[in-house]
Write a protein that binds this ligand. Structure first.
Ligand SMILES: Cc1ncc(COP(=O)(O)O)c(C=O)c1O
Length: 410
């Protein structure tokens, strides 16, 4: 008799998932025992695993034994309390539970009809977060704008750069692509350069303005004005400015208000990348770091960096959702449905690069509900206090000098 695959059923899920949760809970309990940085050599895993997939099914315990002996030695433990590389990647049990639920429901919510709750919860949760950050009303779903969860800050800057590119090209003609100029600084994340590459912006037209310690590595508005005037005088077309609140290598904060006014007066799309530091602005005393965001066309922060939400969850708000939709929308026969045709709903497929999308708002919703705003504010404050304490230790040691101050409050 032919054998057929019988996928695991709900009772097997219950049994296996309990084991898996126990395994993960034990991992968290003992995480400090691991060396934070994996000690393996390149190619180590190939020597430990068979070179083809098993013909017959194996038991979960066998697989977990292999995870313990072969996979965990090759893991760099980002959730270890001893992990201090790059930026934090703070997950949480609340975020984890949201991920679990999202994996369980496993829908592919590209348009409203494919799972109305996924789209509607994302709209609601991004409005909540937008209000916590005191973003201008125009970024909320009640107006012409709204929020969307992207995978990463890199995708966020790419989609808004595409929207900005197409908006200006509609005005000046498609043939002018090679004349378009984007601006950032030598501290701006390389995601801007990558977005320019993908969007067909000439590599020489991605201007990374020089910064220095005299302005704490922030973009100088005067330098930006000079660069724009020069570019216009030689027939180029400035179209995009990326400012950062909390740059990757120096945590510099660009002067949003001044830059935004320059961008506006030159018809330039103004994007604010607050991938890392944006989270701090849920505390009233740190909100001043995004003063001037009212001048921006788009704003982004990564909930997967400093907001207890498991990777990936990058929140992007735009003031004009139609600019995104005009760049990224397609409408093939097989995706048509009444709600979309009647323009009654948001179809997030038109706000992002891929078609398929996960139910990522669940984990952000879990974080917001299971911790609450006050606790999240305390969490941020505690981290900043720890950083200040560390700054004090460094300042008191003659072997070091500090050149920048830890976040000041207003
Ligand atoms: C300021 C800033 N922008 C963008 C990024 C890119 O983030 P992502 O990995 O979400 O693309 C980072 C990552 O460190 C960052 O610090």
């Amino acid at each position: 008799m032919e054998r057929e695959l019988r996928p695991m059923d709900a009772e097997q899920l219950r049994e296996h998932a309990h084991k898996m949760v126990d395994f993960i809970a034990d991992y968290y309990k003992t995480i400090e025992n691991f060396p934070v940085l994996s000690q393996v050599e390149p190619g180590y895993l190939q020597k430990l695993l068979p070179d083809s997939a098993p013909n017959q099914p194996e038991g979960l315990q066998n697989v977990l034994d292999d995870v313990k002996s072969k996979i965990l030695p090759g893991v760099t433990h980002w959730q270890s309390p001893n992990y201090f590389a790059y930026y934090p990647s703070n997950s949480s049990i609340a975020g984890f539970l949201g991920e679990m639920l999202s994996a369980g429901i496993n829908m592919v919510g590209f348009s409203w009809i494919t799972s109305p709750a996924a789209t509607e919860l994302e709209i609601i949760v991004l409005d909540w977060l937008g209000k916590m950050l005191k973003l201008p009303e125009e970024f909320l779903s009640s107006g012409q704008g709204g929020g969307v969860i992207q995978g990463t800050a890199s995708e966020a800057v790419l989609v808004v750069l595409l929207a900005a590119r197409d908006k200006v090209l509609r005005r000046v003609g498609k043939d002018s692509l090679k004349k378009l100029v984007a601006y950032g600084s030598d501290q701006t994340h390389s995601a801007l350069q990558k977005a320019c590459q993908i969007a067909g912006v000439h590599p020489e037209n991605c201007r990374l303005l020089k910064t220095d310690s005299s302005r704490s590595y922030a973009i100088s508005p005067d330098l930006l004005c000079e660069a724009i005037s020069h570019d216009i005088s030689v027939g180029l077309i400035p179209f995009f400015l990326c400012a950062t609140v909390g740059t990757t290598s120096s945590t510099a904060v660009d002067p949003l208000l001044a830059l935004g006014k320059i961008a506006k007066s030159n018809g330039i799309w103004f994007h604010v990348d607050a991938a890392y530091a944006g989270s701090a602005c849920i505390c009233p005393e740190y909100r001043c770091y995004i003063d001037g965001v009212e001048e921006a066309d788009s704003f982004n922060m990564n909930a997967h960096k400093w907001f207890l939400t498991n990777f990936d969850c990058s929140a992007l708000w735009v003031k004009d959702r139609n600019a995104l939709i005009q760049s990224l929308s397609t409408n093939p026969e097989f995706l048509k449905n009444k709600a979309s045709q009647a323009n009654m709903v948001v179809d997030y497929k038109d706000w992002q690069i891929p078609l398929g999308r996960r139910f990522r708002s669940l984990k952000l919703w879990m974080v917001l509900r299971l911790y609450g705003v006050e606790n999240l504010q305390c969490y941020i404050r505690n981290h900043i206090n720890l950083a200040k304490y560390f700054e004090g230790l460094v300042a008191g040691d003659t072997r070091f000098e500090t050149t920048m101050k830890i976040m000041a409050t207003n």
